[in-house]
Design a protein around this ligand. Structure first.
Ligand SMILES: Cc1cc2nc3c(=O)[nH]c(=O)nc-3n(C[C@H](O)[C@H](O)[C@H](O)COP(=O)(O)O)c2cc1C
Length: 490
């Protein structure tokens, strides 16, 4: 393991990352026996809402030899380790943006630890992997709750790795749940839900192959390092190298991602992952998936999903499984995965370059966004809200001034209660559109109408002038921030 190289993370795999977490008290081993059926999900949830450590379940009932990790990439402390960076959301967001712009080419190796054990054909049995029933009403065991589903664009040859969940159907089949309904014969999806032209590219690959009667080679990567997980859940635009997610993750990590070729296809997968499921998405077949507890905080409906036939499993010696309980609150850094994409989408679509930050707090998917902007005229916050409702489908939109810390609910609420006259600055929003017109994208969850709060004070015309806030100005805070290290406060 390489440590303490500036700008480079201190790990090359999920297990090395977990080792650092443990050394810093950010991961605990659970040695008591736990049940896959609901218990692991409930323990993970209870610990998550208490901002608890990462958990490594070492004694999973019926699986004495295969531990399962949860909650390892949620807290700011954990993410500072993941990025070898500052404990600061804004600084980490900047790292994400920078890495998307300037990627680091991957390294391709002849073999790697993920090939330690190779299981083929009749020997393949997904039952060998501890896969929880995460929520009490789930329709099945979800194996890929934090995984990368890798496919190749049949036209360009570019790889795509998307984070799409999979429910186990039988010993060698799973669903691949790419959001939306894609009946056999439907056209490839256009556009994106969270921003970025390549969002849900996996579905386009499958549907293009299927139109020609062809299967889609596919690999599901389980147990990746946290920056690869982040890349899989983010709409990373494709580029000429065709390895977009791997190369964004490499740039974030400050070292190339090491890749190896699959046994059964040309798909490249991370050499240091724990487990790879290889096979094909079967043309002309669909299988129900769900219900499943979702990031909206509700169970979703059953989708008719693509069917993945697993032909080969490769894994490290003594592999570690990794998964998450999905709900209103989840084990992944939503602010990093989504906010960057939402900001890009909003600025690009509205031309409001004075929008500085968009924050997506843990209030459930499609719940609320906070928009931080440099307001230059009275009424502009309402214009920004209207633009947000036109282009996104978040219910609540709260607009705050440039000097607000959008990661601090108390700062936001202080502005709401101090600067928003209910009659003048609280608005009923538009009736929300389905995300980009793809029917069935989200289950219908009321309320369907947004609400907007103008919690700004800059350039606002009010009956009585708003007194100057006593908080230090951003300029002053940035100035002292530069002295942090010198003052021994880092
Ligand atoms: C933990 C997690 C689970 C997700 N599960 C799904 C899913 O099951 N289906 C889906 O379509 N998108 C899911 N997403 C969102 C996609 O991963 C995201 O839109 C990503 O950009 C898709 O990759 P792509 O842009 O390469 O298509 C999930 C995101 C996260 C962070």
């Amino acid at each position: 393991m390489t440590t303490n190289i500036p700008g480079r993370v201190g790990y090359d795999s999920m297990r090395e990352y977990m080792q650092i977490l443990e050394e810093r008290g950010l991961l605990k081993r659970v040695t008591g026996e736990v049940d896959l059926d609901f218990e692991i999900g409930a323990i993970s949830y209870r610990s998550l809402v208490r901002n608890g450590p990462g958990l490594l379940f070492e004694n999973v009932k019926d699986y004495p030899d295969m531990p399962l990790a949860t909650n390892i990439m949620y807290s700011l402390d954990q993410l500072a380790v993941a990025f070898n960076g500052e404990r600061d959301w804004v600084a980490l967001e900047e790292r994400v943006h920078e890495g998307m712009r300037n990627r680091l080419p991957s390294k391709i190796s002849p073999t790697g630890p993920v090939k330690d054990v190779i299981i083929k054909g009749e020997e393949v049995d997904l039952g060998m992997l501890p896969t929880p029933l995460w929520h009490e009403l789930d329709g099945g065991r979800y194996i890929a709750t934090t995984a990368g589903v890798v496919t190749i664009d049949p036209q360009t040859g570019a790889h795509n790795m998307g984070q799409y969940r999979s429910m186990i159907i039988d010993k060698n089949h799973t669903t691949v749940k790419i959001m939306g309904d894609f009946p056999v014969g439907s056209p490839p999806p256009q556009g994106s839900n969270y921003g970025g032209a390549s969002d849900r590219s996996g579905a386009a690959h499958v549907l293009e192959n299927e139109a020609k009667g062809l299967p889609t080679p596919c690999a599901i990567v389980l147990g990746m390092d946290p920056l690869l997980v982040l890349a899989a859940g983010t709409a990373v635009p494709t580029d000429a190298n065709g390895l977009a997610e791997y190369e964004a993750a490499g740039a974030w990590a400050g070292r190339p991602v090491d890749l190896v070729k699959c046994e059964t296809s040309d798909i490249l997968v991370p050499a240091n992952a724990e487990i790879i499921l290889e096979g094909e998405i079967v043309p002309g077949e669909r299988h129900y998936d769900g219900p499943h507890g979702e990031s909206s905080g509700f169970y979703n409906k059953n989708y008719e999903c693509f069917v993945f036939r697993v032909d080969t499993i490769t894994h490290r010696t003594a592999p570690i499984s990794f998964g998450l309980i999905c709900g209103r609150i989840e084990d992944y850094p939503r602010p990093l995965m989504r906010s960057g994409s939402i900001l890009n989408t909003l600025v690009e679509k509205t031309g409001y370059t004075n929008i500085l930050e968009v924050h997506f707090p843990d209030a459930g998917a499609k719940g609320v966004i906070i928009i931080r902007a440099k307001i230059d005229h009275d009424g502009q916050p309402k214009e920004i809200m209207d633009a947000a409702w036109e282009h996104l489908s978040y219910r609540w939109v709260i607009v705050v001034d440039e000097d607000c810390d959008v990661h601090d609910w108390n700062d936001i609420m202080w502005r709401v209660v101090s600067f928003a006259e209910p009659e003048q600055h609280v608005y009923l929003g538009a009736v929300l559109k389905r995300p980009l017109g793809r029917p069935g994208e989200m289950d219908f969850i009321p309320p369907s109408r947004g609400m907007g709060i103008d919690a700004t004070r800059e350039n606002k015309i009010t009956e009585f002038p708003i007194p100057a806030p006593s908080k230090p100005t951003m300029e002053l805070l940035n100035k002292v921030g530069k002295r942090w290290e010198e003052l021994g406060l880092s």
